[in-house]
Design a protein around this ligand. Structure first.
Ligand code: DAH
Length: 346
């Protein structure tokens, strides 16, 4: 039996040489050290030995088992280390690789233009207000000096919203001007210096030059000695901040029902320098906004006595101004949501 122990040890050591993985080792362990191993069987037979041989056998048995157990442990440690090494190799990071670009959002070009316009007027001491997009016919037209059947209503093609009360017509605002009335009614009898940016809607075919939704920035100033000079100074200042310190402006007489007198403001074409080109339609000038002195009727509708108060107002389109600034030839780009267009800004 003692000889058998030696054979077991040799065989187990020999078998260990073909153990490559932890799974192999588990199989090896069960074969040579497990409950059904020859070693275990031998240990059960110890009682059959003559008593004087038992201590020697026992010692030898213990030594073999200890040696195999030790081998098992060192092999396991070696295989674990190898496995860890392999895993680390596989998961290793090559820090010399260039990083992946993280896509970052950006502001829509209309939002950027709106913010730029707001910042310019904020520096001039204007408050920023927002007014509603769904309006009553009265605010969109009537209170702005365009009673029902007034021919000037044709200037704006209107989306009418279904309303339960036929007497009370509801529209999507065709311009930001109704915000003037809301502002005056909220603030009278105090002076006002405010811009009102927001979306407007027009029932028009969508073409390169007109969208059915776009933004406007309305402005209104009401005080006790406001004159046309204030209007000209403020808007010329705006044009220079928006289009460059050299920008030349001109004020052309025009007509709006809610202002008297009314003007349109042009900036000298910065594409051709005034010489005449396709963008300015060979006039040398680009129209950037409409404005005027607030009509006495509109002041009265807002709660101000036109004998004591006066004011000026203006309205501009940030999409139109952006088109002029960047030479964009089709307004539909703004809301077509084409990433190639949007990514060029910001
Ligand atoms: N509401 C006008 C439009 O949509 C623009 C405008 C013109 C606004 C003159 C004004 C103004 O406040 O005084 O065409």
């Amino acid at each position: 039996m003692i000889d058998q122990l030696a054979t077991i040890e040799d065989e187990a050591r020999a078998a260990l040489t073909s153990v490559q993985t932890l799974d192999d080792l588990i199989a090896w362990r069960s074969q040579w050290l497990g409950k059904k191993s020859t070693l275990a069987t031998l240990s059960q037979q110890i009682g059959k030995l003559p008593a004087d041989q038992r201590p020697v056998f026992g010692q030898r048995f213990g030594a073999v088992r200890a040696a195999l157990t030790e081998l098992d442990a060192t092999t396991e440690a070696r295989l674990q280390a190898a496995k860890l090494h392999e895993e680390l190799e596989e998961d290793s990071i090559d820090v010399t690789l260039p990083g992946r670009q993280v896509p970052v959002g950006r502001l829509h070009v209309s939002t950027r233009s709106l913010r730029r316009i707001q910042a310019i007027f904020a520096e001039m001491g204007f408050q920023v207000w927002e007014s509603r997009e769904v309006e009553s016919d009265e605010y969109n037209f009537g209170l702005l000096n365009m009673p029902e059947h007034h021919p000037a209503r044709d200037m704006w093609d209107t989306f009418y919203v279904k309303s339960s009360d036929p007497e009370h017509k509801v529209v999507l605002r065709t311009h930001t001007s109704p915000g003037q009335i809301h502002a005056m009614r909220a603030l009278h009898p105090h002076p006002i210096r405010m811009i009102l940016p927001g979306k407007c809607y027009r029932y028009e075919p969508v073409t390169a030059r007109s969208e059915m939704m776009f933004h406007q920035v309305e402005g209104i100033v009401v005080g006790q000695h406001i004159t046309m000079t204030d209007l000209k100074g403020t808007l010329a200042n705006f044009a220079r901040r928006m289009f460059g310190a050299e920008a030349q402006v001109r004020f052309r007489p025009s007509y709006f029902p809610f202002t008297e007198p009314s003007v349109e403001v042009d900036v000298e074409c910065f594409i051709c320098g005034g010489a005449g080109c396709r963008v300015c339609k060979y006039t040398g000038w680009l129209e950037i906004l409409g404005a005027g002195m607030v009509h006495p009727t509109v002041l009265r509708n807002g709660g101000y006595d036109p004998e004591q108060w006066s004011g000026f107002a203006f309205g501009m389109g940030p999409e139109r101004q952006t088109m002029l600034l960047y030479g964009i030839d089709d307004i539909r780009w703004f809301f077509s949501n084409d990433a190639r267009f949007r990514q060029q800004f910001g």
